[in-house]
Design a protein around this ligand. Structure first.
Ligand code: SAM
Length: 327
């Protein structure tokens, strides 16, 4: 059945410079139909591969359905036969809107912790020229610059929880470690982990566009090693995968069910950096972590948000926080 007033439209995308290369258009088919045909047409549209439907009332006894399709996937006359049943059909290509263009145009780079400078503006063609604070200068103790244009994916450094994890990352000796970034959003934590010495980083996000944006952000931030990003869930990883550090900046209710599997994916001596909970949720969060065998070694607060460094019982094989990694 078609969704009433469904807000399942196209996602926002960018407009200029780098953003232009990743922007999208969509095909919109608009139907004005007798209300009695709503269910039948809705089912036909889902079967035809719509990305989503928006429905609203029309004149008495009629309604309007907008069906969105990926650009280039709809034949010009795809729904002609509905006309014989009293349905008006129009099709057009719609360029996606870029709601964050104005923000990017006036935004300024943000310094976070001691080591990072995050630039949420658009990047024009010459990435190297626009990235003056890359590896060489950062090696001299200056900040690592990361280009994370503000788009659909969460994680441009403007939110307290991202800043919390970046700060906690800076206190962690990552040299040669394997890192998992759960809910990678823009990929910001993955890029930061590599710059702080991680050997290998895997990031993933339930939200497919975020995982795609993270991959595109990798191209904007050249580095000898790049993270591997995927769209999906924790249980897509092989059961034997183990990580020295797991960063998870996700709302508690969204990650609760994954905590047992997360704890299992932690290598002996490894650490979890967790954020996404409010300070008022501290005790509940600590209880959830304790239930999977992890206890907090350190806490940090930004505004109303709290973050933790957590460890399991087995600390004998190394201590990333103190920089004594297991061989
Ligand atoms: C607060 S954002 C964090 C983004 C980025 N890591 C940062 O620190 O700025 C949380 C992200 O987690 C994703 N997410 C939520 N629940 C998830 C889950 N169970 N597994 C994977 N990703 C999830 C969301 O889609 C969102 O992109």
């Amino acid at each position: 059945m078609a969704r009433k007033n469904g807000a399942v439209g196209p996602r926002r995308a960018g407009a200029s410079g780098y953003a232009q290369r990743v922007s999208q258009s969509f095909e919109r088919a608009r139907f004005v139909l007798p209300s009695s045909l709503e269910e039948e047409l809705g089912a036909a549209l889902w079967a035809a591969g719509t990305l989503g439907l928006e429905t609203r009332g029309g004149a008495t006894g009629t309604m309007v359905i907008d069906a969105w399709f990926a650009d280039g996937t709809l034949r010009e006359d795809a729904f002609r036969h509905w006309r014989t049943r009293g349905v008006t059909v129009t099709q057009e290509t719609v360029a996606s809107q870029d709601y964050l263009a104005a923000y990017r145009a006036q935004a300024q780079p943000i310094d976070i912790g001691e080591r990072f400078r995050i630039d949420p503006r658009d990047v024009d063609d010459d990435v190297d020229a626009a990235n003056p604070c890359g590896g060489a200068s950062a090696a001299r103790g200056e900040r690592f610059g990361l280009h994370i244009p503000a788009r659909v994916a969460f994680g441009t450094g403007s939110h307290e929880t991202t800043r919390l994890v970046l700060r906690l990352l800076e206190t962690t000796h990552l040299d040669g470690g394997r890192v998992l970034d759960i809910g990678c959003g823009s990929g910001i934590l993955s890029f930061a982990a590599l710059r702080l010495g991680a050997r290998e980083v895997t990031g993933f996000d339930l939200d497919t566009p975020s995982a795609l944006v993270a991959g595109q952000n990798a191209a904007l931030n050249p580095w000898p090693r790049q993270p591997r990003f995927y769209a999906g869930r924790l249980d897509a990883l092989v059961m034997t995968a183990r990580f020295d550090l797991i960063a998870v900046n996700v709302l508690p209710m969204r990650i609760r069910d994954d905590l047992p599997r997360l704890a299992q994916a932690l290598a002996p001596g490894g650490r979890v950096l967790s954020a996404g909970a409010l300070t008022t949720e501290r005790d509940t969060m600590l209880a959830s972590w304790a239930a999977v065998g992890l206890t907090a070694e350190a806490e940090a607060i930004e505004g109303e948000w709290i973050g933790f460094v957590l460890a399991g019982g087995d600390r004998a094989r190394g201590d990333l926080v103190r920089g004594e990694r297991a061989p």
